[in-house]
Design a protein around this ligand. Structure first.
Ligand SMILES: *Cc1c(COP(=O)(O)O)cnc(C)c1O
Length: 242
């Protein structure tokens, strides 16, 4: 029963992605669906893999250190594992061996720590710099709200980005953001557009390549895709409520 529902949900999400891509004149191959499996059992992940998904997102170290090996051991081809949650410094050592893609580089200290650990194990981790573009106090991420008008905000972030880009064994591929929860999905649009503009500006001014924008969750991924998301992180629409 659960499995059938998941397969159905995935088809619906993929259709929503395709529709958003058509609307934005984008190729749906350019959008990666990360299925956020936090708080969901291994069986649900295996069902989603059988339906064709290959990217999964987790947000708690204590949870994924148990789940990821269980999944990896049962499949012929391991999925790509994404860490989407805040990482405490002392837990960084548990992230590096299991995770392929970190979305939550939310401070310089954790970037340095992950770089050091990755270097020590000869691994390169793909990573995204998380930005707080809404000014919400409860959010993690580099504070960038107002960057278009506020030189001090922009300068501080540019300096952090320069430092992060230099770290070995972290391949910085772009930015990640979370919009606040709004009843109307349209209200998220200015935030996603702002982060897309931030990426474009960084690429131009720092002469770097940032191919990825991770933005959009169950509530708002259609709008995020219209504004340029290349990775969407969808949990509830696939696995049901937590
Ligand atoms: C939980 C979570 C998601 C998925 O949220 P849903 O509403 O279940 O789609 C996406 N991104 C982050 C950072 C999350 O913590």
């Amino acid at each position: 029963m659960v499995t059938i529902q998941i397969v159905d949900n995935i088809a619906n999400v993929q259709e929503t992605i395709a529709t958003a891509c058509v609307k934005a004149n984008r190729n749906s191959d350019d959008v990666t669906l990360v299925a956020v499996s936090k708080q969901k059992p291994v069986d649900a992940i295996l069902a989603a893999m059988q339906a064709g998904l290959t990217h999964f997102g987790e947000n708690r170290v204590g949870e994924f250190t148990e789940k990821i090996p269980l999944v990896n051991n049962q499949v012929s081809r391991k999925p790509t594992w994404h860490m989407i949650g805040h990482i405490q410094s002392r837990k960084a050592k548990d992230v590096v061996p299991l995770i392929d893609y970190v979305h939550s580089i939310d401070r310089l200290k954790i970037a340095r720590k992950l770089s050091d650990l990755a270097q020590a194990t000869n691994k390169t981790i793909s990573a995204l710099v998380e930005v707080n573009a809404s000014g919400e106090a409860a959010k993690y991420g580099f504070e960038v709200s107002g960057w278009q008008d506020n030189e001090a905000v922009k300068d501080a972030f540019w300096q952090d980005m320069r430092a992060i880009m230099e770290l070995p064994n972290l391949e910085i591929r772009g930015l990640m953001t979370m919009a606040p929860f709004y009843d109307n999905m349209e209200d998220t649009r200015p935030i996603f557009a702002d982060v897309a503009a931030l990426r474009a500006c960084l690429q131009g001014e720092l002469d770097i390549s940032l191919p990825d924008l991770s933005m959009g969750m169950t509530n708002d991924y259609a709008v995020a895709i219209e504004e340029g998301a290349t990775i969407v992180r969808v949990g509830r629409a696939i696995f049901g409520n937590r």
